[in-house]
Each structure stands twice: as structure tokens, then as C-alpha cells.
Design a protein. Structure first.
Length: 339
């Protein structure tokens, strides 16, 4: 047991050293908790906007965790029902759930999908804040020994260190003017989302938005006004989209929005929302008047076996089509022909 615990510690420590992505950290922690504690399943659910959002579950090798052996991913549906995951995220303290069937104890989505009967939920701290919650789950009634919770907390702390180092690296990848992801960080995040979509068989889309005639704004009103406009656009986009969508500054006056789990008409609707909210932005003129802005937009849905470069290129071609059609509009990239 002690030797296996040391192996777990070494594995989680290596994640911090090699700058692992968030899904890899979640998966590794879940797998180590299952192996060390012998539980049916271990969920690691990261927070978005302070609420549990993205989960990875690891199950025992025999598949007794209620899901296929190995690891699986899910997105928690948002509702207004409080539960233990939210309480732990807010309070930063562990709690045990003797009976998961009690209304509001755990998300109904997880109880149904994984057959949870009892559970323990612990906070995962990174950089001084709760960044995720760990759910140890069982498909039968069981008690949770203090030693088990102590071991789980220690391993979660190691994973938290890996997440904190990843956060520090990403902080260096934030565009200082707009607060959005910069170009390089956007490509890294898009790679992660493509990998997620490939594993889960879920849709993914990207939108590229370009401010029409932005050079004229700089030439007419000065670069200070242009910079303020870019900040306003970034804030409006972040406010408009879901907490787990990603807004990035692609370069200059271009922005990219990564849209997980969106396909078909919903892609066009999401892009049209951006155009609508950005058209409400106005530039204050020196004479006291106001001048509106327009935006051109290109959207593309991910298709296998595309990588980030191919997906962005199709969205960029659609954007160029919007510009050629007279600006202030939306063009959808056609689905590429099968090879």
C-alpha cells in the first residue's frame, strides 16, 4: 500500500513538472484515487464561474463504478438546485453523503448515470482557491474512514499544485489589452477542445469576428479610442457567451470564440448574438455624438480529422467571404468534402 501511494505521488508530481493540461490532471487524480482507495469511482469536477462544470470520472478496472472501465468525461447541467458539490465549492470543506438518494444531496445527473448510493466530496485547492471538487463514489452504502479522506485530500493537493502551475502558465498567455486568451493560448485551448470532442463524439464550432473598418477608428479618433473599443468588444463577448466558451484575441481587431457542444443552427444563432450585442457598442465622437460599429463574422464546425489550423482556416475563409459580401454579416464555412 505504501509503495503504491508513493507511485501515485510521483505520478501527480510529474504532471506539475511537465505542464499537463487540465483534463490530464483530472484523469490522473481520479485514476490514482480509485487505485489507492479501492472505491468504485472517483470524479474530479472543475469549476467554471465558481460552479462545478466539467467532470472526469475514473472507475475501477472491473467496471463496477457504473461506467465503462477507464475514464469518461461529462458536462454538468446547470440548474438552481443546491447540492453537496456546490456546497463544497463554496465552503472549501469536505462532506460525506451516506445516502445519495436524499433530494439535493448530489446532482441527479450523476446519480442516474453512475448509480451513486453514497459519496464523499472534497475540495481541490489550487493557488489559494477551490478550483475543483473531488467526489469519491460508491454504488452501495458504505462509511468513509478518516484515513481515506486524508489520503484523498493529500493526493488532491498534489493535483492542485499541477493546476496552479498550469494557471500561472496560462496567465502569461493572456492578452494584456483585452484580458482574453492570446493567439497561442487560444490554439492550445482549441487543441484541447478538439481532443475532447474527438473522445466524446460531441460537436464543436469556432467563430471569428473582425471589426469592420477598425483602421479608420484609429486614424480618426486615435489609438486610445481604438484600444478602448477593443476592450469593450472583449467584455461584451465574454458577457454574452457561456462561462465555458472561450473568447480569444486572434490578432489586431479579430476575435475567436470557441463553442463546445454546439452544432447546426445553434452555431449561427450564437454568432448572430455576438453580432447583435456588438452592434450596440458606440464610439463617442469629440462633437458629443456617437458612432456605431459593425462586425463581420465567419463560423465553422469541426469535422474529423481536422486539427486547430484547418478548423481556423475554414472559419477565416468564411470571414473573408463575409467581408467580400459587403461586411456587417455572417458567413458559414461549408463542410469539407470527404477525402
Amino acid at each position: 500500500m505504501q509503495r503504491r501511494l508513493l507511485q501515485s505521488v510521483e505520478r501527480l508530481a510529474r504532471l506539475a513538472q511537465r505542464d499537463a493540461g487540465l483534463p490530464a490532471i483530472q484523469r490522473a487524480l481520479g485514476e490514482e484515487l480509485v487505485a489507492i482507495l479501492g472505491v468504485d469511482q472517483a470524479h474530479v469536477v472543475v469549476l467554471s464561474g465558481g460552479q462545478p462544470a466539467y467532470g472526469v470520472v475514473a472507475t475501477d478496472r472491473a467496471g463496477n463504478g457504473g461506467a465503462p472501465p477507464g475514464a469518461d468525461e461529462y458536462v454538468l447541467r446547470r440548474d438552481d438546485v443546491p447540492d453537496a458539490l456546490r456546497w463544497v465549492a463554496d465552503a472549501g470543506q469536505a462532506v460525506t453523503i451516506p445516502d445519495a438518494s436524499v433530494d439535493g444531496a448530489l446532482p441527479a445527473q450523476l446519480i442516474k448515470a453512475y448509480g451513486l448510493v453514497s459519496a464523499a466530496v472534497l475540495p481541490l485547492n489550487a493557488g489559494g482557491t477551490v478550483r475543483a471538487v473531488v467526489l469519491l463514489g460508491a454504488r452501495r452504502p458504505r462509511a468513509w474512514a478518516e484515513g481515506e479522506l486524508h489520503t484523498a485530500s493529500a493526493l488532491a493537493d498534489l493535483a492542485g499544485t499541477a493546476i496552479a502551475l498550469r494557471d500561472a502558465r496560462l496567465a502569461a498567455a493572456i492578452d494584456p489589452l483585452t484580458g482574453c486568451l492570446n493567439h497561442g493560448a487560444m490554439r492550445e485551448r482549441l487543441s484541447e477542445e478538439i481532443a475532447r470532442a474527438r473522445r466524446q463524439g460531441t460537436p464543436l464550432a469556432v467563430t471569428i469576428l473582425d471589426l469592420d473598418d477598425f483602421k479608420r477608428v484609429n486614424d480618426t479618433y486615435g489609438h486610445g479610442t481604438g484600444d478602448a473599443l477593443l476592450r469593450h468588444v472583449a467584455e461584451a463577448l465574454r458577457a454574452e457567451y457561456r462561462s465555458f466558451d472561450q473568447v480569444a484575441r486572434y490578432g489586431g481587431d479579430e476575435f475567436v470564440v470557441i463553442l463546445p457542444n454546439v452544432k447546426g443552427p445553434r452555431v449561427d444563432i450564437a454568432a448572430a448574438r455576438a453580432l447583435r450585442v456588438l452592434r450596440e457598442i458606440h464610439i463617442a465622437r469629440p462633437d458629443g455624438g456617437h458612432e456605431g460599429i459593425t462586425v463581420s463574422c465567419g463560423v465553422a464546425e469541426w469535422v474529423e480529422p481536422e486539427g486547430p489550423a484547418e478548423l481556423l482556416e475554414r472559419a477565416d475563409q468564411a470571414l473573408r467571404g463575409s467581408k467580400a459580401a459587403g461586411k456587417d454579416g455572417l458567413v458559414r464555412a461549408p463542410t469539407p468534402s470527404a477525402p
